[in-house]
Write a protein that binds this ligand. Structure first.
Ligand SMILES: [Zn+2]
Length: 236
């Protein structure tokens, strides 16, 4: 297996395996993960989207045929191409950095130095271990360093990172890191509360539990700031 560089100081995949002694199956079955960056190949964007759709369509045809489905049936005939288009253009379009939302920054003219909270952002992602949906909400806040972004851009950034095969912890951190970078502030908070279809519709078949992950940095590490944020999110 190839060594993978990561942007933060966490163990490389081989070290994770060696340190913890988990097998690849155990990592996936338990929704563990090995890097804060989405593990990508170096040649990830050598193929254009059209070619990717064609190839995925062919392979999805194979999957359906192996399952015993009759692709001569008019209802199933268009499925491989439809799935391929959905993967490349919609639910996994966030893998391509070219699709990152363009964000215009505005000067914080009115010196609004209070917390800005965007809550209940609808979130649809997919589990990278099972390729089934993760559905939930994201709550995001920041304290301006002098720059602000349009509110809808926060939703778009959440959507962008959600449109990847994901683990919830990584999704939370990727959204937080990107906001910190573009807003030029350390004071960012992200909470994600989501249900995983791989937990509710299969495996342990628990349909009531949800998973909450959070990332607090800068002033959100201070109790007063954090509790103000939580009050906005949960008691407003
Ligand atoms: Zn899963």
């Amino acid at each position: 297996m190839k060594l993978k560089e990561t942007s933060v100081n966490i163990p490389l995949i081989e070290e994770v395996n060696e340190l913890n002694g988990f097998t690849v199956e155990e990592i996936g079955d338990n929704h563990l993960f090995t890097s804060w960056d989405t593990p990508m190949r170096e040649d990830a964007f050598k193929l254009d989207d059209e070619t990717k759709i064609e190839l995925i369509g062919k392979h999805f045809t194979d999957i359906m045929q192996i399952l015993g489905l009759d692709l001569e049936d008019d209802s199933l005939k268009g499925t491989p191409n439809r799935v391929a288009k959905m993967y490349v253009q919609e639910i996994f379009s966030g893998l391509n950095p070219a699709n990152m939302p363009k964000v215009a920054l505005f000067d914080n003219k009115y010196k609004y130095n209070e917390m800005l909270v965007e809550k209940d952002i609808t979130l649809y992602s997919n589990c990278e271990h099972h390729f089934v949906p993760i559905v939930g909400r994201a709550h995001v806040a920041y304290l301006s360093s002098g720059k602000v972004i349009g509110l809808s851009k926060i939703n778009r950034i959440v959507q962008h990172f959600s449109k990847r095969p994901q683990v919830q912890e990584r999704l939370t951190v990727q959204i937080a890191n990107h906001l910190k970078e573009i807003l030029d502030t350390d004071s960012v908070a992200v909470i994600i509360d989501a249900k995983h279809m791989c937990v509710s519709s299969r495996g342990v078949e628990d349909s009531t539990s949800s998973t909450v992950t959070a990332s607090y940095s800068g002033r959100f590490k201070e109790d007063a700031t954090k509790s103000e944020f939580l009050k906005h999110v949960y008691h407003a």
